[in-house]
Design a binder for this molecule. Sequence first.
Ligand SMILES: Nc1ncnc2c1ncn2[C@@H]1O[C@H](COP(=O)(O)OP(=O)(O)OP(=O)(O)O)[C@@H](O)[C@H]1O
Length: 883
Amino acid sequence: MATSCNIRVIARFRPLNAREKSGDQDQVVVQFPGEGTQLIMNQGGNQVPFTFDRVFPPDTHQEEIFEIVKSTVDDVLNGYNGTIFAYGQTGSGKTFTMFGSEDKDPELAGIIPRTNVHIFNKIAEDTSGSEFTIKCSFVEIYMEIIKDLLNPKNTNLKIRESKANGIWIEGLTEEFVADEHEIMDLIALGEQSRSVSKTNMNQRSSRSHSLLILTIEQKSKDGSIKRGKLNLVDLAGSEKVAKTGAEGQTLEEAKKINQSLSLLGNCIHALTESKREHIPFRDSKLTRILQESLGGNTKTTLMITASPHVSNVEETISTLKFGSRAKTIKNTVKVNSQKSAAELLAIIGVLTKELSSLKHYSLSLEKLVEYMKSPEYIPGSPIPEQLLCLAAPPPPAATSPTTTATSNNNTSTPSKASNRHSTALTSSPVSSPAGSASHRHSVALSTPLVNSLAAASAGVANGSGGRTSPSSENGTPSLYDPMAMVELTMQIDRIKEENQQLVDKFKDELSEITMQYESTKEELQQVRSQLEVTKESMRNADQESKSYKDAERSLKVEVENRELRITSLSQQVDDLRILASQVIHRLKYCEVEQENKDLSKRLQSMVENERIRLTAAVGSPQRARKSISTNGITSPNLSSQQSTPNTHIPDESITSISNNTTTDTTTSDSTANQEDEESEEFNELRIQLEQSESEKKSLNEYNLQLQSEASDMKSQEFKLLQEIKVLKSNGDLQLQEHLLFKEDVAMKSKLQQTQITNLQSELQSLQNKLNQEKQYKQKAQNQQIEISSKSNEIVKKLEEQNQSLQLQVDKQVCENEDLQQQYSQLMEKCQDLQNELTTAQRLLMNRRAVKVVRSDEKSMKRAYEIKLDFGQQFLKKTGKKLY
Ligand SMILES: Nc1ncnc2c1ncn2[C@@H]1O[C@H](COP(=O)(O)OP(=O)(O)OP(=O)(O)O)[C@@H](O)[C@H]1O
């Protein structure tokens, strides 16, 4: 049931800070007289009093504050929505009050950490066997942008409103928490993303409004659910930019903070104006989020924080005025509960029983009316016992379903519907001893009518022949009594009214069931959409895993290709190695060549020496030149030959040349023959030299070629080795990455699979619930239709019956009047006769006394006896006595 309660306002003053203390000591402008609900501000010599639900001076401990606000937390644990929010000037202690001190001293812990501990302590104390689920969200409103502090990438969130869920932030992270430490961890995580800056007024000033939302859901054993939402709000502080020294971004922030706080003030103002219909909640994100907390379905506590120093007197007065206004706002709160299937079944059970009792009763009435209409019935004749039994109310049920549901429920608060139901039932005008709701109702319908009929039949059965006085002796109204008829008509009206009430009640219950059905439908819709989203993400994951598989396949192919390439490269390398060894072999050969070269050098020098010797022998350089030119040898040639030393000359020639040279030096006057011989020899030598020269040249070339080839191959080999290395390391890396990725994908898909299974089972249960509720609804609708048609029928029949009874009564009344007249005449006659008889008897007695016997006395006595007989018979017939 909804109840109304005011917003609770608590004022807290912080101690003077170092800056305030450094000035004039006597600058505190607030006094705290009385019992902790009043304070007096000294503003320019004026004493301005303020009253709040509680007022806390600067030396108040954090624990004392929590002791006062914890009732709001308890309310949330009982299924209400609750909000605790701190409002005040910048640096006045809002964050200190809500979160506590930065140095993590447990004594200085604020409302939020204490709330977390309190919630889990309460849950631990619970013995009802309820199942608790707690979810935590943390957001900030910075420059009119809502940011999810548990997922900072999730920004610019939208506020939504729905009938079932009220106001909520779309896409906000909700983390399930199992203890207070998990909440504190989430807060610590969120704090990392919060916007704070240093200002002249506060070393760590909040530049945004922060909101911690704890949703507590408890499912009791019978399946009913209670859901409470606790908002813990630390607002950014209002500030005078001249004081805070805000500039640049801080100035922009200050403007936005002041603007949103002023819009909050507008809403508070509008809410406290009796004639205002429109409250501008939609003007800012803050007011929209706090909409339910201001005049809605939330138990709200406002903490106003202020400085006691004279330098802040204006801001403090403004804060106190804000609190005073907020104090007058009334919220209408109710427990957020959802009936269990058992409770709904119990209601249906009660309705079904009532319906069957009504059916039973209407059937018996029908039979009674039929009987009364039938020719068997003679007005005034006794009604058969059997029919009266039928018309009597049905026996009470052994146990009322409502009672069963309540006792099964085993909770101190019975469900609203069953409660309302039993209230409606106990308000029936006629009470029954059995106490059953349906029974009581039936008695209310039947008792007066049946009593009247029974009384009438009893009157007839008494043998008075229907001619009774308007009111019988025991005071039971008779059918022939017009007063009884009026009473009957009133009864019928009452029955009609009750039927209408019953129908209205059924309608109410039906609409409630319909509402529940609608909300369940909405929930189901949400679950369906969630499922769709999950399916979509699953599809995406499938797609992703497919693409990953493709990538994996192509990677495998690439790896295989690379392995093939590596094999071919290593083959090439092997070939190159063989080639290199060949080259090395050749190079070794070249070393031999080098030796040859040295040898040829030596030979060359010997040839040169020989030439010099020959020149000297010829005597003149011209002759020597001539001789040389004749033999085809010129100096340049020789010199060129000198520059190419790699000429192979056989050892024997060298020996002979050397011998010749030795001989030549001893015989300076050698002959021309000798010269010719020498020149021939020289020519031979030259030819040999030329041959060896060309051979050497070609060898040199080949050598150079081989060297360049070898170096090429070496560089190629080096390159290839490098390439192989890179390929191998790349391949390894890719393979490793791929394996990790594969594992990750497998895990993700597993997780998603379980999520899907969970969602599917949830969906299934919701669908079952929905089907059940549909069935309930259908049943209730059918019952309602049946009941209303039955009640209409009953009313109709009762009206008809009433009319016919009225006619009969009118007829009877007429007859009665005639009979009354006859009766009075007869009574008069009877009275006369009685008088005569009495006189005659007296005479007779007198005569007996004087013992005088006369002959005519006998005939006189006979005549009196006859008259007496007649009178007695008449009295016997009418059932009347003589007075
Ligand atoms: N009751 C108190 N006892 C001791 N120190 C306090 C109290 N209230 C506030 N303080 C100190 O005053 C300083 C400012 O407090 P706090 O940051 O809570 O102010 P605020 O109102 O949240 O400011 P803003 O709006 O700029 O964020 C802090 O250093 C805090 O520790």
